[in-house]
Design a binder for this molecule. Structure first.
Ligand code: DC
Length: 664
């Protein structure tokens, strides 16, 4: 997951390859609650691991459910319709509507002493219609803040179920879903009837609810979309095992990506959800096809290619695909005529006011946008009018994912996504998935080089800057260290006598970097390459020209989306001479000797400052004067003397230079 302040997505020129989507949020949280209300255990496979499901799991644990997690398989031991402890409980619901609404209803019917709170935005999301309906049937619910909004206090009910329960359907379908999941708990003696007042929005989500209720033993009778009856004697039965479908709303980004950028031989293939999904958002397929996408499907997969190009503008009532329809707003930028999305009033009460958010951010890209209370019109954005924009994401996962698609523009503009970790709500690894199926021109994948003498602190600085930007990190010194280690293991001498053999080894070096650890084939060599001796050995192989040449391709292969931080002596001069930012890091020999001294002492290695300083100065002289790749700053490098700077100050300086070079 990218936990950086922002993520710069380079201009993407094409898309191809396979992605496997995480489980559906709507299905995951419904299945968790239904499993909790059953007697016995339910094994849930392919559960989404995200902020919203974690909120639900935490709440179920607080209620006394058994929760055993094993990757994406979670085993729930249910309450059997009764609560085990009578203690007051305070629940924190974050910004998870799919947890807040159904839990409120279930807890209100079960009864107890509960407080339900969330983040500030959750306290602005309406729940009044659900509370009204629950109060009418005898539940005790008080508002702790503003009337009609969380936080809430829930007490013990005295239920009266004789009259139909009325609930408004035109604000959020989650109110009806919440009642449909809670009321089977009370349907022992008599039928329970729910009547929807007003036009029901987002009907497909009710379909998901009914479908899952059926899997848990509850057959709801439905008369149109107005009247739902839970028959007397209904009770929850665990299906024992259940698989969660991949998220159809998440599929929308990759369907759109295929329609915009899969113009080569290979399609974008989406695993985990197919055209026969029970999720309403799968109908996004039809809208995308109308705009030009070529889509084929089989059991649990979709393949998407570019069809009509530019895409075709459409006018669509989006009530049936409220979440996925946001993706159409960004596809509209690539169309030949305006696209109008209608009947989307519910966007205004989601994670953020999504009509406002989509309009504002599309305008930042340069597009002309019109909006009304419940509609949005986005005009095509011609190539010469694209702006490089920094997209504000409003703590809304879908805004972040949608606007990543703006990076496919023909103007070759990068796009900055602010607060990229907000995608964790439903798709924590979204950007990794995106980068795994998109390609960019090499010259558009940014590289920052940090060169400098030994013990100048390059490694620390480079890896911190890489972390701050979410970029890959190439520690080229480690490659020479690994090469020397591999050569010694192969019984080679580290000099010109075996230069060709060492170069052969280097060319196919099975080196891997995983977080902090470094692997040579199946062996973790993180410690072995960090000794003083390994450094000396690296120094020996690094003066062999054939070895340096053999490592060039491997070093180039680190230039991957979204960008690279390359650390080493010849990064800016030899390996990546066209890098847009080069930093030559120095510190006085005295300072470097002192740092190295501290480092060695802390490792229990005894040494003196004077001898270290003499060593460093000798190495500087050797490195600068050697005939092969001598240590020297690139002509266009920024020099940074960090003798008097903290690590943070050095990182800030490099980031400041980097930001100043960006177009945002
Ligand atoms: O940065 P380091 O101490 O891990 O580097 C190990 C050796 O490899 C050192 O002697 C310098 C050499 N080296 C090199 O010649 N070219 C590079 N790009 C990186 C390191």
């Amino acid at each position: 997951m990218f936990s950086t302040e922002f993520l710069d997505i380079p201009s993407l020129h094409s898309a191809a390859g396979t992605i496997t989507l995480p489980g559906s949020k709507s299905i995951s949280n419904r299945v968790l609650l239904l499993s909790a209300l059953c007697q016995g255990t339910t094994v849930v496979h392919d559960l989404l691991d995200s902020d919203d499901t974690r909120v639900m799991l935490a709440a179920l644990r607080q209620l006394g459910c058994g929760v055993q997690e094993n990757g994406t398989t979670v085993t729930i031991t249910g309450l059997g319709g009764k609560l085990q402890n009578a203690q007051p409980i305070e629940f924190f619901m974050g910004n998870a509507g799919t947890a807040m609404r159904p839990l409120t209803a279930a807890l209100a019917v079960l009864g107890g002493d509960f407080t339900l709170k969330g983040v500030a935005r959750m306290h602005e999301r309406p729940i009044g219609d659900l509370v009204d309906a629950l109060r009418l049937l005898g539940c005790r619910i008080d508002y702790l803040g503003n009337d009609g909004f969380p936080p809430l206090r829930v007490g013990k009910p005295s239920l009266t179920l004789d009259l139909p329960i009325q609930v408004r359907g035109d604000v959020s379908s989650q109110f009806l879903t919440a009642l449909l999941m809670a009321l089977p708990l009370a349907a022992q003696q008599q039928d329970i009837v729910i009547e929807v007042v007003g036009e029901l929005i987002s009907k497909p989500y009710i379909d998901i609810t009914l479908n899952l209720l059926q899997r848990f033993g509850i057959q709801v009778q439905r008369d149109g979309w107005q009247r739902f009856t839970i028959p007397a004697g209904s009770s929850y039965h665990s299906p024992k095992t259940i698989h969660v479908e991949a998220d159809a709303s998440s599929a929308s980004y990759f369907i759109a990506l295929g329609a915009i950028a899969a113009d080569g031989a290979q399609p974008v293939r989406i695993q985990g959800v197919g055209a026969d999904s029970i999720q309403g958002d799968i109908r996004f397929m039809d809208a995308a096809a109308q705009m030009g996408a070529q889509i084929t499907s089989g059991p649990n997969w979709l393949e998407v290619r570019r069809g009509a190009w530019p895409l075709k503008g459409i006018e669509l009532d989006c009530n049936h695909i409220p979440d996925a329809a946001m993706t159409l707003a960004v596809m509209a930028l690539y169309a030949d005529s305006p696209t109008t999305l209608r009947n989307i009033a519910s966007w205004r009460v989601k994670e953020t006011d999504r009509i406002h958010a989509m309009a504002t951010e599309c305008r930042k890209l340069g597009a002309q946008v019109e909006e009304g209370e419940d509609w949005l019109r986005v005009h095509p954005l011609p190539k010469n009018q694209w702006h490089p924009a920094s997209i504000h994401t409003y703590d809304d996962h879908r805004v972040a994912m949608c606007f990543s698609l703006a990076a496919c523009n023909a103007a070759q503009m990068p796009v900055r996504i602010e607060d990229p970790k907000c995608v964790a709500k439903t798709f924590p690894d979204y950007f990794e998935a995106l980068f795994s199926v998109t390609q960019a021109d090499k010259q558009n994948i940014p590289i920052i080089c940090i060169d400098g003498p030994t013990a100048s602190g390059k490694g620390t600085l480079a890896s911190r800057v890489a972390q701050a930007l979410g970029y890959h990190y190439l520690d080229s010194g480690a490659l020479y260290r690994i090469t020397a280690l591999a050569a010694l293991k192969a019984g080679l001498l580290l000099d010109t006598a075996h230069e060709v053999a060492i170069a052969d080894l280097a060319r196919t070096l099975p080196a891997r970097f995983e977080g902090e650890s470094v692997w040579l084939g199946a062996q973790d060599v993180s410690d072995a390459i960090r000794t003083e001796e390994a450094g000396m050995n690296a120094s020996k192989v690094s003066v062999l020209p054939a070895v340096r040449t053999a490592l060039v391709a491997l070093q180039h292969s680190f230039q991957r989306l979204p960008g690279l931080l390359a650390d080493g002596r010849d990064m800016g001069t030899v390996i990546f001479p066209h890098a847009p930012l080069k930093v030559f890091l120095t510190a006085s020999a005295a300072q470097r000797a002192e740092r190295r001294h501290k480092q060695l002492i802390s490792k229990g290695i005894s040494t003196t400052l004077d001898s270290l300083r003499a060593d460093l100065e000798a190495r500087d002289a050797r490195d600068s004067n050697r005939s092969v790749a001598p240590l020297k700053p690139a002509q266009d490098a920024f020099q940074l003397d960090n003798s008097q700077l903290s690590i943070e100050a050095s990182v800030d300086q490099v980031l400041a230079w980097w930001k100043a070079k960006q177009p945002f």
